[in-house]
Design a protein around this ligand. Structure first.
Ligand SMILES: C[S@@+](CC[C@H](N)C(=O)[O-])C[C@H]1O[C@@H](n2cnc3c(N)ncnc32)[C@H](O)[C@@H]1O
Length: 288
């Protein structure tokens, strides 16, 4: 059967679609416009089939009244776009080890803590890329207690990040000598990342548009928030920008994806231009 026929069979009207989109937006900050109807219907139909609901209405009532939030998590896992790979937009990792960390370290005595937060992590390629860059390219790593935290709203990708097994496509941009040094080949052609790297990153389930969930992230020196704001509307972007502002130490930095910017959503940050990349910074003398 064609998708629109299937959606009609499950009773998803245009009004239902809008009700669902509004509900999902409130829960996640992710905004689907009418152009995403096919994408949303397809995933909703899968969830309706898996849960055994009679139709969309039955599914939606059960979803809103469930006590444990389990189906909401399954739905979030189905609706998120998790595309990522090692050394994606690597010029920002260059900027991290060539400029940002030296500036952060310059404000702290040796032996103190430096905290980096990669959010969203997706399946872990970004935080692990940061860990490899630090080990390979930041000469002062032994002088500081570096912590790498990483979060996502999708529990399935976090499990995958903790498992640390990657397809050849995912590691295609990694220089071969790093692949040989930090990974072991699996029989099926995948690559398993070293236990040391897995243990160097602390993964957690977090919705970046939920101020209660982000409250425990404080004193962060550098945030990588790449390829997430594109899924938000301006209001969610503003909430995320403020949560990250509160999470950062004064003088802390944010690296966004190449098509993302704070300019329309927040005047809290300064823009800093480095030879490798342009980043946003919480002013040293912060105000709010
Ligand atoms: C395209 S991936 C980006 C991964 C990585 N940062 C990169 O640039 O390669 C987008 C991720 O954002 C996550 N996400 C979507 N909404 C979120 C939210 N409200 N809070 C935290 N993560 C979210 C999705 O689960 C998905 O894994």
């Amino acid at each position: 059967m064609k998708m629109d026929t299937l959606a009609a069979a499950a009773g998803i009207t245009q009004a239902d679609f809008h009700k669902f989109v509004e509900y999902f937006y409130r829960k996640t900050g992710i905004h689907f416009d009418d152009g995403k109807r096919y994408f949303v219907d397809k995933r909703l139909l899968e969830r309706i089939a898996v849960t055994g609901a009679a139709d969309f209405r039955g599914y939606f009532v059960a979803l809103r009244f469930e006590a444990d939030g389990r189906e909401l998590q399954n739905l979030i896992n189905a609706m998120t776009v998790n595309e990522t790979y090692f050394f994606r937009e690597a010029y920002q990792f260059d900027c991290l080890v060539n400029h940002l960390l030296d500036e952060v370290a310059g404000r702290k005595p040796k032996g103190s803590r430096i905290r980096i937060w990669s959010v969203p992590s997706s399946t872990g390629e970004e935080p692990y890329s940061i860990a490899i860059y630090l080990l390979e390219r930041w000469a002062r790593i032994a002088d500081y207690e570096v912590e790498i935290l990483s979060s996502d709203i999708d529990s399935k990708v976090l499990q995958s990040a903790r498992n640390g097994i990657y397809s050849p496509r995912s590691v295609a941009q990694l220089p071969r000598h790093y692949l040989n040094k930090y990974f072991t080949p699996c029989a099926n052609g995948d690559w398993r990342i070293s236990r040391d790297l897995v243990e160097s990153v602390e993964f957690s389930l977090v919705n970046l548009t939920d101020a209660n969930a982000t409250r425990r992230f404080r004193d962060i020196d550098v945030i990588f928030c790449r390829n997430l704001l594109i899924y938000f509307d301006d209001l969610s972007r503003r909430v995320a920008a403020e949560s990250m502002y509160d999470a950062l130490s004064p003088g802390g930095f944010i690296c966004l994806g190449h098509s993302e910017s704070m300019s329309r959503i927040s005047s809290l940050y300064k823009v800093r231009s480095f030879p490798d990349a342009m980043v946003h910074q919480k002013p040293l003398e912060h105000r709010k």
